[in-house]
Design a protein around this ligand. Sequence first.
Ligand code: AP5
Length: 223
Amino acid sequence: MSAELNLVLLGPPGAGKGTQAERLRADFSLPYLATGDMLRKHVKDGTAIGVKARAYMDAGDLVPDELIIAMILEEIDAQGDDGFLLDGFPRTVPQADALDEAIAGRGRRLTAVLLIDADDECVIKRISGRRVAANGRVYHIASDPPVTEGVDDEEGKPLVQRDDDKPETVRQRLRTYHEQTVPLIDYYEGRGLLHRFDGSRSPAEVAEHIRATLSTLRLEETL
Ligand code: AP5
């Protein structure tokens, strides 16, 4: 059996999916596909997808399934068979079904779904302090500040707050998560794919726990 890792990161907004993805990509050399990043690029570039997606994102709602599914499956295909790390997809049961069907049709399957969990109070604190650089690097004003306040360590350019990180939008994103994405926890648990991680721990502790789980899974795959 191949030791290809096909991973999904699941969890509420601000739980630390992007933070952990950065570490996983470095450790396991996996192609990384984050639907939020892709959509923000479409919005910035003013593409047809971006124009359609913007209002949903600004309101804290999910972009319609058909738009997201077409966008991400095309990217997965473009990556070849080296495994993948999906962040922010799937987020609904129809998206999960579409992913399953698409990869099964190519003789592949998911290795694991990594749920990084944290309660609403914790994620609201995280998101209110998040600042991002134009190159995508994510900071937190308290737990992971830049060397010089307000500017990126590498490029020295100003850090900004994401448009959808305003408090009222965050509350709606959390409602959306509980209503539409939480059902995926049972969905993947029922398939024996779900692994839970306590996202309220430090980034290093969460990363260590994930690394240990993935090493065990890889070992099992090769037996
Ligand atoms: P997306 O960009 O995917 O946003 P999200 O899921 O809401 O996740 P975030 O990026 O907010 O948080 P994160 O978990 O990555 O946290 P981070 O590591 O940055 O989606 C945006 C929008 O796009 C959606 O609302 C929707 O409209 C649309 N969309 C995307 N995918 C879609 C789909 N599949 N279907 C439909 N619509 C879709 O960490 C947060 C902060 O906390 C940072 O400041 C970080 O430094 C800090 N931090 C992280 N970990 C820790 C820790 N352990 N301890 C202390 N601080 C920490």
